[in-house]
Structures are given as structure tokens and as C-alpha cells.
Write a protein that binds this ligand. Structure first.
Ligand SMILES: Cc1cc2nc3c(=O)[nH]c(=O)nc-3n(C[C@H](O)[C@H](O)[C@H](O)COP(=O)(O)OP(=O)(O)OC[C@H]3O[C@@H](n4cnc5c(N)ncnc54)[C@H](O)[C@@H]3O)c2cc1C
Length: 1011
């Protein structure tokens, strides 16, 4: 397979400069006269629409009344997102109660005449017939919904709510099937020109992808059958497709599979579409799929069979910094291949997701702009570029914003062929006003097709996006907002800004403030950084990863280390927190500089996948910076305590002496370093013993800390057999405390050894494992459950103490959930951890693999079902264990922690959550816990009913971030305090108070001089 085309790889460079630099490079789109004409026209369109306020669509009315700015709107959206997929009545009732209770419906009293929005809608649904409701009911939704809430649990309320949501969905969905959608389109003047999309969540399994492919093919056939085989492809309806629906692993790191499996599938669609002359647009999705989507588009465009056909196109998101470059790229591609193409310019639908992801991934910059006005200005800059391109580029402008529409008209020049687009249910009134203008271009409607149950989660996301109070759709009909504030010139607004980047959204490196830079991550969606990373790792590997392990250190060496450490510790303690913290800050910088060497070691010695290795290196950097800051905060000066006058009371924190740090192989860098740097920064000397399987990483980090300024006498890393180390170190008289992460068994052994010592009683921090559970009820979104369960159970080959071991699924959705999880397991890539495409690497050793397989064999007779991923001859080369899903009748059958890619599943009955929680508590462990539910009361109950140290709601349950989710459990899972939390350092210090009687010599001068 070819490498990434240079022109696509080069797009990454646009992401590197800061936002202000990128924005300044955008040429102004409109000249003076175009600006004035645009403003005038936009205002005319808005005031025209306002005069026809009573013709607004139900969805527009809904957004006006229940936008994101009020709790009730959010409650209704949350209900809509989940209700129709809930199969059992009891959970549906709980969801309705959860969302409708406690919100202030009185605020919406009589504010809308809409059937859809007003309480009469709900009344209609209650009775099931269209009746004239009493005035009291329609004018006061507050009292009406109050009455409804009091009757919660009654079937009539449940049915009413379901019906309400279906009505809401009908506003968005053109038809449940393509046939129904076409029939509706044929009968509606507004829907003559559509782009149909067979919407739903992205595919997670091969079966999902096949279902979507079939649906798209069928849709093309049906649209084509309407009889437009010849002529202009854009003169009639077309279809839009999402690549994420057509392949369960559509992402940049799965490039090989995208080219070999997805491209042929989409090509089949394009060929059928070309044969039927049904225009086909590839929708734009998340920013980290941009480059790979362009590779797919390139492959489609290069198809000789369809080269003369002009109906192929793609959507480009103007909020993305790369958009202008993408438009140039499409134009160049069209020239190179001599193929007409279309571009649908949108602003973009994933803005909040992009911001969150970039922060989580520690990217240098956001892929999108941080102010709405910049997106609006960029839209115009992109529009100008498109309209200036050759005629072979067919221009489509998707927007509901009056200014954007007017600006496109101003920029249009002599360009005749272009079209506007809007979402079904939105913007109809505005376009109806616009269509009064002479020579106004055609307007196409983006028309979702599908079953309500499958579409609602997606549609609610769209609703939320357009319900934001920055959104034009949300504001333009609001009579209280003056025209001038609704229609503004983004170029003028932008020029008036003192800071182009939003001052309320810190760039990802500044997420934790200037004092603690966020650790830097890697953009896996772009070829350029990924290739550079791989080259760097290969180059570093030769130096840092010798094949043979270093020899064990002798007991004599250990004794000498203790002696040196004990001697050096007082001076290190005297140095003060600031200087010790500076060593950690330097270490963090060195770690980032030598990232590739660290990653090479993690991949080679720790068998980490590339993504896991990066996450681990970042965690290590975070530990260094976080503990440095915490030490400065708590130890730089004595804490002054309150007391009686004439007396000064101070609390001092200082190092305890020599701390033994014993770490495991599963996080050979992060846990090793977290323990060590915490002990060091608090003024202790450290004797560290890394896991026997991963000494080289620990030795590398130790050298790095020495280089950062930690004296060699203060930090010793000794590669030793665990028992030999324990026997000597735990009994050593200089020992002042122990920090341990590993199995509960070994923690107990250490605890007994410490208890058997004569003399001072030492502090002991232990972080151990758990039988971590995730509880899923029937309101959960199965696609999300699947993603989170797979990542939590099989990420790092299940070798995380936080990993998911036991999945409890409500029986009403269990079959569907297990089918989807099983199908997604078939798509996992199990292989070489150095390959970015790999999801699951080998387990740490052959012995570990054998123990895991033994565990499976032991459970096999009792298992209700076992699903295992397929391994082949390539996997015989290392200690691979196939990911397993084992269904058990009873959670008690799982009585130990199986430290590998093995997920156990137990079904529970609705109403059985209490029993599930009792079972989780009975295990004695309390480390991590996941909950997937849309009922807030349910996750609150789960949280309250468990002792888990870390509870995660509606997300994966691994990957705790330093300072964000301090990590560690209780019960059999650990002693606390939490690693990466504000109380950790306190366990490693000696606390001393100093009380000085300031009146002893000469009386209480302060008191006497008071007036
Ligand atoms: C026909 C059609 C097809 C579409 N296809 C796609 C598609 O393939 N892919 C896709 O992603 N979207 C698609 N969309 C959705 C589209 O992106 C949104 O509907 C669009 O964002 C709304 O733009 P507007 O001009 O109507 O609204 P406006 O209210 O003028 O603008 C909203 C835009 O501003 C952005 N924004 C909000 N706050 C900020 C901020 N602080 N900083 C920067 N930007 C901000 C929003 O994310 C949004 O993009 C499509 C829309 C239509 C009508």
C-alpha cells in the first residue's frame, strides 16, 4: 500500500502555529461594498423571517423555548436521547422521573403556541388523540407537568412521553425508510431537493457496517429509481454518507484496513451512485479523521470507471484550521485527475468534542478555532476560495446563518452554479425569505432517514449544537435581540478582538494553568507526527534497549545503598522543597526531550502498545510536575496555626528518612516514577526496586533523575529478586517507610514483615488490585458501552489494576450488548505493540499467559458462553492471550483477579442493582467502578453504594489522570492515599509543630499595643 500522499501529510503543518497566527493568515473575504451589501441583505432576511414568526417550524420553536440555556431544555433533550431505546417499562419510568422531576416548567408558561413545544403536546400524547385541551393545561405547562410528575410510573405517562419523543424525532427525520422519505419529499415543495442520509451511530461491528452499506445501496437505488439517470446530477436528490458507518475501524491508525477494506466498499457505492446519477457526498467527521478521509476521497476520485461523473463530493468544516488548505487540495485534485468534484462547506458539528479531545490528548493546539466569530469569518474565507476555484468545483453552502448566506451571494460574482443546503427542520423560514430574491440558488435539505430509536442519540447531539446560545438558529427569531446584534460582520468583530484565541479556553498545554504545563501528547490522526515518532523510536531503540537484562544487585550493594542514602538524606531534606521540586521539573523536561527513548523502552521491554506507551510517559511527566507543585505548596514554609495570643504555632513537614519504593511491571515507568518522585520531593532518600521484568526502564529513569539534579547517594535503583530485596530491605534499621504497588498477596506479606520489626512503626502505602466492575442499565447507549468496555477490559492487554473484569448488564439489553461487544472484539487488532494499529499486545510473560489460560479453563465448565478472539501463527512468537468474554451465571464464580484480557459478564434483572452492589462490596475490593446509565439517580446510588476509589460514569474506567482523577482504592485494593492526589505527599512526611511563647521575654507586645 502506498504511503500517505505528501499533499495530505503537509496539512498537519497548518495545525502547528498558534491560533492568532493562523487567523491572521486568513485573507479578508469581503471588500467594503460587499460587506455593506451583505449586512443589509442579512438584516432584511432576518426581519422578513421575524414577520412570519408564526410560520416557524416546530423544531425552531422548540429550540427557541428549550435551548441549552435552561435546565428544562436539557432535561427534555436527555429524555429524548435515551427514552425510545429503553425496552423495559420500569427503567423507562425511572428515566422519565429522573428528567422531569426537579425542573421548573412554570418558566415556560404559555410562551409558545406550538403543539410540539407547548404542554398541549404532552396533553395530546396523554390522551392519545388530538383534542382541544382545557386552557388551564395549555397555558401552564408547569402545573401540567407537575401533575404528570406526580403520576410518574403510570403506563399512560410512559406512553405519553414516548409519543412526545416520537413527535420530536419526526421533526428531524424525514422518513423511517427511504421509501417513506421519498414519498414525503415528492409531496412537499420544501423537500424537492434532498441529500438523504441513513443515519445512526457509527459501526462497531462488521455486521453494522454491512447493514449501513446495504441501506446506502438501497437508498441510492431508490433515489435513482425516481428517474434522473441522465443530466445534471445536482438537479435532483442525492445521498450523504458517513465513512464511520461503513467500517468499524475507520481511523487514521487503521490506515491499512481503511485502504484495503473501506475504500472498496465506498467505491462500490460510488459506482452504483454514478450509474444511477445520484450525487454522493462524503460527510466530514472528527478532525483526527480528516487526513484519512482525504485519502479515501482521493482513492474514490481516482477511479477510472466513474471519472467523468461529476456527482462525487465531500464536506469541509470551516471551523477546522485546515479548511482553506483542504479546499485548495480538492481543487488541485480535481485538476490533477481532470475530474469534477463538489465541496459542501459546513461550519462543523463536533466543536465541543474537538476541544475536549485535544485537551485530553495534550495536543499543542486545537484543530478548530476557539471563537464562534472566527468560524464565521473562516466560513467566508473558505467560501471565497471555493468560488474562486475552477468551474469544475461545484459549490454547496450549508448554513442557517443569514449573514453567511448573504455573504455567499455577495461573493458569488458571475458564478451561476451553486447551491445552499439546510438541515431538515431548521432554517426553512429563512430560506423561504431568501428564495424571494431573484436568481436565488437552489436549496437542498439534508434529510435524515431511519428508525427513531437508532437516530435519536445522534439527533439530540445536533439539537444541542443548534440550541447553544451562540448558534444563529437559536437567536435569530428572538425579538428581544436587536437585529444588529444578531447579524454582525465577523470580519469587523474579529478585528476588534484584543485576543484572537478565546481567553476562556486555555490551549491544551495550559489546561492546568501556567504553573503546571499539561504533558504533551501525539496527534494520531496525522501522518506526519506519527511517522516522526516511529522514526524517532526506531533510532532510539538501538541505544536504549539492549537485549540482555542487567544482572541482579547483590545484598551487599543494597546494604551500601542504605548506608549512603541514610547519610545523604538530612542534607537533601535541608535543601528545601523548592530546590527538590526544581529537580522534578527538570526531570519532566528531560522526559519530554527524550520521549522517543522512553517510548522505545516501554514498547520493547514493557510490551506496551504505542498509545499506551505515550499515555504512560505523559503520566510520568504529570507526576513530576504535580508533585513538584504540591511540595512547593505544602512544604516551602511552615504552616502558621491559630492559637492564643502571645504564642506562635507552626507546623513543619519534612522528610522521614529512607523510603523503599517497590513497583510493578505493568506501569514500569509511571508507577515507578510516581512513587520515587513523591518520596524524593518530600525530602526522603529512596531505595527503589523495580519489577524483575522491567529493570531497564527504571534504570533509565533513575539516570534521568540523577541528571536532573537528584544526588546519586539519595536515589538508588536496585534490580533485585523481590524476596531477596524484601528480606533485607524491610528489616533494615534505616528504613523509614514503604511504598508498594502490586498484588494484594505481596502487600500482605510486606505488611507482616513490617509488623514484625522491632522499633518504630513505619508508614506503608499499598496500591493493589481489584475485581473491577461496570454496571450497565437499559438506558445506556450500546455503542458507548461497547467502546468503553473494550478499552477498559482489553486495553493494555487487560494488565492494568484499574481494568474492567466484571461487566454487569441489565438482562433486557444483554443479548444486544453482548452481540455488539462480541462483534467489536472480532475487529480488535492483536499484534506487535510497536505498530500503531495494534490494540492488544502480548501479556508480559509466558508464565502470565499460561496462568490466564488456566483461569479460563477453570471457569469453562461453569461458563454460560465464552467468546474468544482468534489468534494465528504470528501470535505464537510472543506470549499473546486472545481477548476473552466469559459469561457467568453468578458474579461469585469470579473469585480472583485475572490480570489479562479476560472480561467476565453477568446479567442482572431490572431492580437487582442493590444485589449487584452488595456482590461488588462482598468481594472486598474497592478500586475502580464504571456505570453506564442515563438516569442520574442510578449512578448516584451506585457511587454511594460502593467503596470504589475511582468511579467513572458513562466513560471508560482506566487511564486516571494525575491531579484530575487521583488514583487508588480501599479495602483489599489499597491503603490510600491516592496517587496523583493532594494527600499523597502528606503520607511521606514527618510532621512537627513548633510552639514559641512570644511573651516569655518582655510581655505580649502585640496585644499591649492594640488600640
Ligand atoms: C446540509 C448540511 C450538511 C452538513 N454536513 C455536515 C458534515 O458533514 N459534517 C459536519 O461536521 N457538520 C455538518 N453539518 C452541520 C453543520 O456543521 C452545522 O449545522 C453548522 O455548524 C451550523 O452552522 P450555521 O451556519 O447554520 O450556524 P451558526 O450558528 O452560524 O454557526 C455555528 C457554528 O459555530 C461553531 N462554533 C460555536 N462556538 C464556537 C467557538 N467558540 N469557536 C469556534 N466555533 C464555534 C459551531 O461548532 C458551528 O460549527 C451540516 C449541516 C448542513 C446544513
Amino acid at each position: 500500500m502506498s504511503t500517505v500522499p505528501a499533499s495530505i501529510a503537509a496539512l498537519h503543518a497548518v495545525l502547528l502555529p498558534d491560533e492568532a497566527t493562523v487567523v491572521r493568515a486568513l485573507p479578508p473575504a469581503l471588500d467594503e461594498s460587499q460587506r455593506a451589501a451583505t449586512l443589509q441583505l442579512a438584516r432584511k432576511l432576518v426581519s422578513g423571517a421575524r414577520h412570519r414568526a408564526d410560520e416557524r417550524s416546530a423544531l425552531d420553536l422548540f429550540l427557541a423555548e428549550y435551548g441549552l440555556s435552561n435546565q428544562e431544555g436539557i432535561a427534555l433533550m436527555c429524555l429524548a436521547e435515551a427514552l425510545l431505546r429503553v425496552p423495559d417499562d420500569a427503567t423507562a419510568d425511572a428515566l422519565i422521573a429522573d428528567k422531569l422531576r426537579g425542573t421548573d416548567w412554570r418558566m415556560h408558561r404559555g410562551r409558545s403556541a406550538s403543539l410540539f413545544v407547548n404542554a398541549s403536546t404532552w396533553g395530546l400524547m396523554l390522551t392519545g388523540t388530538l383534542v382541544q385541551l382545557p386552557e388551564s393545561m395549555t397555558s401552564d405547562p408547569g402545573s401540567w407537568i407537575g401533575a404528570l410528575v406526580r403520576r410518574l410510573g403510570e403506563p399512560v405517562v410512559r406512553e405519553a412521553s414516548r409519543q412526545a419523543i416520537r413527535i420530536m424525532a419526526d421533526e428531524f427525520v424525514v422518513g423511517r425508510s427511504i421509501e417513506a422519505a421519498l414519498a414525503r419529499s415528492a409531496g412537499s415543495a420544501d423537500l424537492q431537493l434532498c441529500s438523504f442520509d441513513m443515519l445512526g451511530e457509527g459501526a462497531r461491528t462488521a455486521a453494522d457496517a454491512q447493514r449501513y452499506l446495504d441501506a446506502y445501496l438501497h437508498a441510492i437505488e431508490c433515489v435513482g429509481a425516481a428517474g434522473h439517470a441522465a443530466g445534471d446530477a445536482y438537479a435532483h436528490s442525492g445521498i450523504s454518507i458517513k465513512l464511520s458507518a461503513l467500517h468499524p475501524r475507520y481511523s487514521a491508525v487503521q490506515r491499512r484496513r481503511v485502504h484495503s477494506e473501506l475504500v472498496p466498499r465506498v467505491l462500490e457505492l460510488v459506482r452504483v451512485a454514478a450509474a444511477r446519477n445520484v450525487a454522493l457526498t462524503v460527510d466530514a467527521e472528527e478532525a483526527d479523521r480528516l487526513e484519512i478521509s482525504l485519502e479515501v476521497v482521493r482513492a474514490l476520485a481516482a477511479d477510472r470507471q466513474t471519472r467523468a461523473w461529476p456527482g462525487l463530493g465531500l464536506a469541509v468544516q470551516a471551523y477546522g484550521r485546515r479548511a482553506p488548505a483542504v479546499i485548495d487540495w480538492v481543487d488541485a485534485l480535481s485538476q490533477e485527475l481532470r475530474r469534477p468534484l463538489s465541496v459542501r462547506l459546513v461550519k462543523g458539528a463536533y466543536w465541543d468534542t474537538e476541544i475536549k479531545r485535544a485537551q485530553e490528548r495534550g495536543l499543542a493546539e486545537y484543530p478548530v478555532y476557539t471563537r464562534k466569530v472566527t468560524t464565521d469569518a473562516a466560513y467566508l474565507a473558505c467560501a471565497r476560495r471555493m468560488l474562486a476555484a475552477r468551474a469544475d468545483l461545484y459549490c454547496q453552502f450549508a448554513t442557517h446563518n443569514a449573514h453567511s448566506i448573504a455573504a455567499v451571494l455577495a461573493l458569488r460574482g458571475r458564478r451561476q452554479r451553486l447551491e445552499f443546503q439546510r438541515l431538515h427542520g431548521m432554517g426553512a423560514l429563512l430560506y423561504s425569505e431568501a428564495q424571494k430574491l431573484p436568481d436565488f440558488p437552489p436549496v437542498r435539505v439534508y434529510a435524515p432517514v431511519g428508525a427513531h430509536e437508532d437516530l435519536l442519540a445522534y439527533l439530540v447531539r445536533r439539537l444541542l449544537e443548534n440550541g447553544a446560545n451562540t448558534s444563529f438558529v437559536n437567536r435569530f427569531m428572538d425579538e428581544s435581540a436587536p437585529l444588529d446584534s444578531v447579524v454582525q460582520d465577523p470580519q469587523i468583530e474579529l478585528a476588534a478582538l484584543t485576543s484572537i484565541a478565546s481567553t476562556r479556553i486555555p490551549v491544551p498545554p495550559m489546561l492546568y494553568g501556567a504553573a503546571r504545563p499539561n504533558s504533551g501528547g501525539v496527534d494520531f490522526g496525522s501522518a506526519a507526527p506519527l511517522q516522526a515518532l516511529q522514526a524517532g523510536i526506531d533510532a532510539a531503540a538501538a541505544d536504549v534497549a539492549p537485549r540482555t537484562a542487567p544482572p541482579f544487585a547483590s545484598e551487599a550493594r543494597l546494604a551500601a545503598a542504605f548506608e549512603q542514602a541514610a547519610t545523604a538524606q538530612p542534607a537533601w531534606n535541608e535543601l528545601g522543597a523548592a530546590q527538590r521540586a526544581a529537580c522534578l521539573t527538570r526531570a519532566a523536561a528531560l522526559l519530554e526531550q527524550r520521549r522517543d527513548a522512553g517510548l522505545a523502552l516501554l514498547v520493547r521491554e514493557g510490551k506496551k502498545t504505542l498509545a499506551d506507551a505515550i499515555a504512560e510517559l505523559r503520566e510520568t511527566v504529570d507526576y513530576c510536575r504535580y508533585y513538584a507543585l504540591e511540595a512547593c505548596r505544602t512544604m516551602s514554609a511552615p504552616q502558621l496555626l491559630p492559637g492564643p495570643t502571645g504564642e506562635r504555632n507552626e507546623l513543619y513537614l519534612e522528610g522521614r528518612g529512607v523510603i523503599a519504593c517497590i513497583s510493578p511491571w505493568n506501569f514500569p515507568l509511571a508507577i515507578f516514577s510516581g512513587q520515587v518522585v513523591a518520596a524524593l520531593v518530600t525530602g526522603n532518600a529512596v531505595i527503589a526496586k523495580p519489577a524483575e521484568a522491567t529493570p531497564r526502564i527504571a534504570l533509565w529513569m533513575t539516570r534521568l533523575l540523577h541528571e536532573a539534579g537528584v544526588p546519586e547517594a539519595v536515589l538508588h535503583c536496585l534490580h533485585m529478586d523481590g524476596r531477596a530485596f524484601g528480606a533485607a530491605a524491610l528489616a533494615h534499621p534505616a528504613l523509614a517507610g514503604v511504598v508498594f504497588t502490586g498484588s494484594t498477596q505481596t502487600a500482605l506479606t510486606i505488611n507482616r514483615a513490617l509488623a514484625a520489626r522491632a522499633g518504630a512503626i513505619l508508614p506503608f502505602i499499598a496500591e493493589t488490585g481489584g475485581i473491577n466492575a461496570m454496571v450497565v442499565d437499559s438506558t445506556a447507549l450500546l455503542e458507548q458501552v461497547t467502546d468503553d468496555a473494550l478499552l477498559s477490559a482489553f486495553g493494555s492487554a487487560g494488565q492494568r489494576c484499574s481494568a474492567l473484569r466484571l461487566l454487569f448488564v441489565q438482562e433486557d439489553i444483554a443479548d444486544r450488548a453482548l452481540t455488539m461487544i462480541g462483534g467489536a472484539m472480532d475487529e480488535l487488532v492483536i499484534g506487535d505493540p510497536a505498530d500503531p494499529a495494534t490494540d492488544v499486545g502480548p501479556v508480559i510473560s509466558a508464565a502470565a499467559a499460561a496462568a490466564l489460560l488456566q483461569h479460563v479453563a477453570r471457569l469453562q465448565p461453569a461458563a454460560l458462553r465464552i467468546k474468544r478472539c482468534v489468534l494465528d501463527a504470528r501470535h505464537a512468537r510472543d506470549s499473546f492471550v486472545a481477548p476473552h468474554l466469559i459469561e457467568l451465571a453468578d458474579a461469585a464464580q469470579l473469585d480472583c483477579e485475572a490480570f489479562g484480557p479476560i472480561l467476565h459478564v453477568v446479567r442482572y434483572a431490572q431492580g437487582g442493582r442493590g444485589q449487584v452492589l452488595a456482590g461488588i462490596r462482598a468481594s472486598g475490593y474497592g478500586l475502580t467502578l464504571g456505570v453506564q446509565t442515563r438516569v442520574d439517580q442510578n449512578w448516584r446510588e451506585v457511587f454511594a453504594g460502593s467503596i470504589a476509589g475511582n468511579t467513572y460514569v458513562n466513560r471508560s474506567m482506566t487511564g486516571a489522570v494525575v491531579g484530575v482523577q487521583p488514583f487508588g482504592g480501599s479495602g483489599l485494593s489499597g491503603t490510600g492515599p491516592k496517587a496523583g492526589g493532594p494527600h499523597y505527599l502528606q503520607r511521606l512526611v514527618r510532621e512537627r509543630t513548633l510552639t514559641v511563647n512570644t511573651t516569655a521575654s518582655g510581655g505580649n507586645a502585640d496585644l499591649i499595643s492594640l488600640r
